[in-house]
Design a binder for this molecule. Structure first.
Ligand code: PHE
Length: 363
């Protein structure tokens, strides 16, 4: 009996005095390890009479439980103290200027995707477009139904959707498969509707993340698009064409860049066109510009009257065009980046090679 209370007070005392996690572990081993004091008590049970063994066994078990609980509690305390100490010792002042002797290696670079989004925004900005955004986690209605893609529409299978658990109110949720839901969100905006009613024109671009179940050298499950939307009373297919020709020539910096508008299908535009830019392959190297090949870079069309109506506007009054292009894709084409997956590896050597200096930023 004396043994029990001595071991208890000694062990609990040692737990309380353990100054760090290593010391605490030593206490655990001394009490509960193979040769520990409590384990030693357990071993004496074998030589006892059944009654005595039952009573003493229960007491030893209780002691073991008490010591374990004390160890756990102390471990939590020491763990947070250790973390707090680590945070203090590793604190860095991120506002300090970089050391000049670090040279190029010490500077961060702009990721090509951010750079390209800024370039796209600068070009459309000059044409009177503003930057709009929407959520990555989208409800099924904005991602599909509002865009004239009803639940049983085969286009839902065209886009390999990541479905998410429904919201508490039963709303089905997805990771947005394109930036087009922001078309709907913007047209539904009451201020936008007022502005249109006063005769204004809506012109937005929507750079952002998009998600589809896909993974190879040219597809990643997360990628980026820029959506474009123009709504007013008079905008027609000729405007769509002129706008995209101007954009592509400015973006790829080729004044006579040929563009090909191919009839296509999207549920949310009618008519629809996919746009290819001219290019040539010489010795396995791609050159953007007049040549004998074409590269598809975007989808576009006149906004479907059903979409305009779904978004609370009168399709007899309002019309316009929309387009969507892959940011990663046009970045790869413009800057000769061969593998899409490297965009998201965070490999510093890649970032230094393909990243942009802040001095080249168009912002
Ligand atoms: N949302 C389409 C896609 O992701 C692209 C698109 C946008 C096409 C707008 C037409 C108009 O494939």
């Amino acid at each position: 009996m004396d043994d029990l209370s001595t071991i208890r007070s000694e062990a609990l005392d040692a737990v309380g005095k353990a100054a760090d996690l290593a010391a605490l572990d030593a206490v655990r081993v001394a009490a509960l390890g193979k040769k520990g004091s409590v384990t030693g008590l357990m071993k004496t049970l074998g030589g006892m009479a059944p009654d005595q063994r039952r009573e003493f066994g229960a007491q030893v078990n209780q002691l073991k439980g008490e010591i374990e609980a004390a160890l756990d509690a102390r471990k939590t305390t020491l763990g947070s103290a250790a973390l707090a100490a680590k945070l203090v010792s590793e604190k860095i002042d991120v506002s300090l200027p970089t050391r000049p002797d670090f040279g190029q290696a010490g500077h961060g670079t702009l990721h090509p995707i951010g750079q390209v989004m800024d370039e796209v925004a600068a070009i459309f900005g000059e044409m009177g477009f503003t930057w709009a955004e929407g959520p990555d986690i989208e409800d099924d209605w904005h991602n599909f139904s509002a865009l004239n893609i009803p639940p049983d529409h085969p286009a839902r299978q065209m886009q390999d959707t990541f479905y998410l658990p429904s919201r508490a109110d039963g709303t089905p949720m997805v990771l947005r498969t394109h930036t087009s839901p922001v078309q709907a969100r913007t047209m539904l905006n009451k201020d936008v509707q007022k502005m249109l009613a006063y005769g204004g024109a809506l012109r937005i671009i929507v750079p952002g993340r998009t998600f589809r179940i896909d993974n190879d050298a040219t597809h990643t499950p997360m990628f980026h698009q820029v959506e474009g939307l123009v709504i007013d009373r008079t905008t027609h297919m000729g405007h769509l064409k002129g706008c995209l020709v101007d954009f592509c020539r400015a973006f790829f910096e080729v004044d006579d860049l040929p563009l090909r508008f191919r009839p296509s299908y999207f549920p949310f535009t009618e008519p629809s066109a996919e746009v290819d830019i001219g290019c040539s392959w010489k010795g396995g190297e791609l050159k953007i510009g007049a040549g004998d090949s074409w590269l598809e870079i975007l989808g576009s069309g006149m906004v479907h009257p059903n979409v305009i109506a779904n978004c609370g506007l009168d399709p007899a009054v309002y019309q316009g065009f929309a387009f969507g292009m892959g940011v990663d894709r046009i970045a790869m084409l413009k800057y000769g980046i061969p593998d899409l997956r490297n965009f998201f590896d965070s490999d510093l050597r890649w970032l230094r090679h393909y990243g942009f200096s802040t001095l080249e930023s168009v912002r």
